[in-house]
Ligand binder design. Structure first.
Ligand SMILES: [Zn+2]
Length: 90
């Protein structure tokens, strides 16, 4: 019988550093049905998604583009995915 934890927090892996973190602290990046890769602030856009954490190193454009391309089979140019270094934590 599977254990159910009432305080279960959904976890996801950062595409760049591979650290597992609470989903809410990650930003979703989605490759839509049209193949376009975009930041998904709602976390609900259709398509294949991956997640990146808020570490500055993981938002470095080249590293992020490489990781996203690997994960989603996309061909994103470094710099076309601009993630702000978050100030949401303030
Ligand atoms: Zn990361």
């Amino acid at each position: 019988m599977p254990k159910r934890r009432p305080d279960h927090v959904p976890m996801r892996t950062c595409v760049a550093c591979r650290q597992v973190r609470p989903k809410r602290s990650l930003t979703r990046i989605v490759r839509g049905p049209d193949g376009a890769v975009a930041i998904d602030p709602t976390g609900k856009a259709a398509g294949r998604g991956t997640y990146v954490c808020d570490a500055e190193a993981c938002r470095e454009p080249r590293r992020l583009a490489d990781a996203v391309n690997r994960a989603l089979g996309a061909a994103v140019e470094p710099g076309s995915l601009q993630l702000e270094v978050t100030d949401a934590a303030t």
